[in-house]
Write a protein that binds this ligand. Structure first.
Ligand SMILES: *Cc1c(COP(=O)(O)O)cnc(C)c1O
Length: 397
């Protein structure tokens, strides 16, 4: 069975990280090195996660209480939690289903005098131009933050030139994963310096915690190859284990008691070293195959099936969502044919603020309710992509 996703990290990277954790290298040198690899101009800060960088940014900006932060309505749950933790109000912005870009009309109608910033995410490996949004942001005097957590594609993109801040993630399931870590590109040198200073006061991530993480994902990586995965799923079924929920829970970062205590840490030297290794050797060939496979599948989807965001500019299909009118039946059918499809649960729809239901992101709610993530990655041969396309286009019984 084809697993829903392949971890994008090699055995050599994992082994390298284990060695670095055990020998306990110095973190300052690695931080300088990884930031130089990422941005020779030095306009970036390496952090433990995108959520860490976003929390640092809001801490430094220190907006007045109840200021509004617009955010494209599809995000990971914690992003909204971080906004609220800073005493701010998250306001959802609806998206067009074809390219998952913000709807400028909806955006304009959501802007009030209390609005201070807008967070625009790039989805699923696509990258839309932020120029139209930047024009509105400039006119209204609000900050433009690009959530590029899903947007690294082993090329030279370091964030939209129109964004004030761009946040990239190298968490476990992301492209060029270091099993953690993130990069914040910050246009304002003053803001960057204050974020750096604030982070320097954080305790360091334990290298043993990072080593445990490397070991855990080594096991998950071994189990996710096609041969092993089908057997694992078979055994889970036999014992009535909800493997879908277990997998989703297993790849969740920071699931423990105090979320802010966990994210407010400096990345350990071993994590920075793995990031430097991965970012210094971008795998463009793998990305090209991923793009080809995704494009091939998208071109074969018959309406009413569609790929939300599939028409985004410069798409490399980090994951592949398919919108269907009957997601449960589609998942059942695909699993019988050896494709582990899932509804996933890491991304949520941002609620409208209390008393402002006219700001509901109805388009995103509709997409979220009917999407199914199907396996589609570089390791799958073209014949399997075609078989998947065919399975999707035939009606279930
Ligand atoms: C993964 C992700 C994040 C969080 O990234 P971390 O580095 O794990 O904190 C934020 N936003 C989006 C859209 C993501 O996909």
């Amino acid at each position: 069975m084809w697993a829903r996703l392949r971890l994008d990290i090699g055995w050599a990277d994992i082994f390298y990280g284990m060695v670095q954790s055990v020998i306990g290298v110095k973190r300052d040198a690695w931080q300088t090195r990884v930031e130089a690899v990422w941005s020779p101009r030095g306009a970036c800060l390496s952090t433990l996660s995108v959520r860490t960088g976003f929390d640092l940014l809001l801490g430094v900006l220190d907006f007045p209480p109840r200021s509004e932060i617009l955010i494209t309505a599809l995000t990971v749950r914690d992003m909204v939690g971080i906004i609220e933790h800073h005493g701010l109000v998250a306001v959802p912005i609806d998206l067009n289903c074809l390219d998952l870009a913000p709807d400028p009309k909806h955006l304009r109608s959501a802007i009030t005098p209390a609005c201070r910033a807008i967070v625009v995410a790039q989805y699923f490996g696509g990258r839309n131009s932020l120029e139209p949004i930047a024009r509105i942001a400039k006119e209204k005097g609000i900050l433009l933050i690009e959530d590029a957590a899903q947007a690294y594609t082993a090329d030279s993109y370091r964030g939209s030139p129109h964004a004030d801040v761009s946040l990239f993630s190298f968490g476990p399931i992301k492209t060029a994963s270091a099993l953690g870590g993130a990069m914040a590109m910050v246009r304002s040198p003053g803001v960057l310096a204050r974020m750096r200073e604030r982070q320097a006061a954080y305790p360091e991530q334990s290298r043993w915690a990072y080593l445990r993480r490397l070991m855990k994902y080594a096991v998950l990586k071994a189990l996710s190859c096609r041969f092993a995965y089908g057997r694992v799923v078979g055994v889970c079924r036999l014992f009535g284990v909800d493997y879908d929920g277990r997998i989703n829970a297993a790849v969740k970062g920071f699931a423990g008691a105090d979320f802010f205590d966990q994210i407010r840490r400096q990345p350990c030297a071993a994590l920075l070293a793995v990031m430097a290794r991965r970012l210094g050797r971008p795998n463009a060939a793998r990305m090209a195959v991923r793009r080809e496979n995704g494009t091939m599948l998208m071109e074969r989807l018959q309406p009413p099936l569609m790929c939300p965001g599939g028409r985004a500019a410069d798409h490399t299909f980090w994951v592949f969502p398919v919108w269907t009118s009957d997601s449960a039946a589609t998942i059942g059918k695909l699993r019988r044919l050896g494709f582990d499809a899932t509804q996933g649960d890491s991304m949520v729809v941002v609620d409208s603020p209390a008393g402002r239901s006219e700001l509901r992101a109805a388009g995103v709610e509709r997409i979220r309710a009917g999407w199914v993530f199907v396996p589609c990655y570089a390791e799958m041969p073209p014949g399997e992509i075609l078989r998947l396309a065919e399975a999707l286009s035939t009606r279930s019984d």
